[in-house]
Write a protein that binds this ligand. Structure first.
Ligand SMILES: NC(=O)c1ccc[n+]([C@@H]2O[C@H](COP(=O)([O-])OP(=O)(O)OC[C@H]3O[C@@H](n4cnc5c(N)ncnc54)[C@H](O)[C@@H]3O)[C@@H](O)[C@H]2O)c1
Length: 329
């Protein structure tokens, strides 16, 4: 008896899956989730701060019936990484056979996590934006880059406004899109970035109200994607529709956590869950003047679906892959 498991690198994944593939997989996986074909408990955070390690990581398990895969994503934020030239976020993935538990692959999850994060913004905007002409990104870091890189592939964007507390981060961000067919504007203030914008994304490491209610026009879509508070409470409370990607996770994390803790937001405040909108069970945007605020804290099944696709393609390609016999190797 043998039990072969693969070890798959970041570059191997990139050779077999494209950003457009990730966008399609994210939409399909949200649909499957809405249809009840995925089991995904809420993620669990291990905060290492009390032990003197400036970081945290999330354990994100799921089972995806249509792909016949079970597994887990381990992803964390490591505050000292940027000082060593490494991204703040680090991800690893493990795929198993759902019937036997046998390990199929251990994979670097960095590229997968970055692109599935960006793809969420693109697919959510495709379903919920009234207009896509003007996009504001608050948080010109790594995840902000992937959000724009995915959104520009499927949305017709004319102007991108870049906001960040760091002018150097804004400059670097603008330089990375030097050849883009849209206008890029580096904004001194979040207010200047938000007023009149069609789509606003917050994707920062901040824990403060970056977007305020009076700055957001009727019909705008606001997507909060950072791990902590990113908007004023009144923006959320005055939204025509408040949505999220996963109720079990979304009420206890990200932008909504503090409002839930104070009793300002409850499960009843949620107009619809995005996975139900994508699979056609719930209404999304109903008219062009609605202000929709959605929190996207990220679902591990998205990573697992991309990873399973990469794994199958790598095996089918015949490309050499490192394997270990987990019983006898
Ligand atoms: N929703 C998801 O699926 C998902 C996935 C991965 C990461 N994240 C979260 O996204 C956030 C950003 O991660 P990253 O990898 O891009 O980090 P990063 O360090 O690369 O970028 C963060 C950016 O936020 C900016 N920033 C910090 N405070 C600010 C403030 N007060 N105003 C404006 N800008 C500010 C920083 O200057 C930096 O440019 C983190 O909270 C991370 O946990 C979310």
């Amino acid at each position: 008896m043998s039990d072969q498991a693969c070890i798959i690198s970041n570059s191997q994944v990139q050779r077999h899956v494209t950003p457009m593939d990730v966008i399609e997989i994210v939409e399909q996986t949200w649909k499957w989730y809405g249809e009840g074909q995925i089991i995904m408990p809420a993620k669990v955070t291990t905060d290492m701060e009390p032990a003197g390690i400036p970081g945290w990581f999330n354990s994100m398990p799921s089972y995806i019936a249509p792909l016949h895969v079970a597994g887990i994503k381990l992803v964390g934020g490591y505050a000292e990484n940027p000082r060593h030239g490494k991204p703040y976020i680090k991800a690893n993935l493990m795929l198993t056979d759902p019937r036997t538990g046998d390990l199929r692959a251990v994979m670097c999850g960095d590229w997968i996590s970055d692109y599935r994060t960006g793809a969420q913004a693109a697919v959510a905007a495709k379903h919920l934006a009234a207009k896509t002409d003007v996009l504001t990104i608050i948080g010109a870091g790594n995840q902000g880059f992937y959000c724009l890189d995915c959104m520009r592939r499927i949305l017709d964007i004319k102007e991108v406004r870049v906001c960040d507390i760091s002018a150097a981060a804004r400059e670097r961000f603008v330089a990375r899109f030097a050849d883009a067919p849209f206008r890029l504007v580096s904004c001194e203030t979040n207010e200047a970035g938000c007023r009149g914008s069609d789509m606003i994304i917050t994707i920062t490491t901040a824990n403060t109200a970056l977007v305020k209610d009076p700055w957001v026009k009727p019909g705008a879509l606001v997507m909060t994607m950072g791990s902590f508070t990113e908007t004023s409470a009144d923006l959320v409370l005055n939204a025509d529709k408040l949505m999220l990607d996963h109720v079990g996770q979304g009420l206890h994390r990200g932008n909504l956590k503090e409002m839930v803790d104070k009793g300002l937001v409850t499960e009843k405040s949620i107009s619809a869950v995005l996975t139900d909108v994508v699979c056609g069970k719930a209404a999304g945007r109903e008219h062009s003047d609605q202000r929709i605020v959605i929190e996207l804290v990220g679902m591990g099944c998205l990573d697992l679906a991309v990873a399973a696709t990469a794994y199958e393609r790598i095996l089918a390609s015949g490309e050499p892959v490192v394997t270990v016999d987990m019983l006898n190797g």
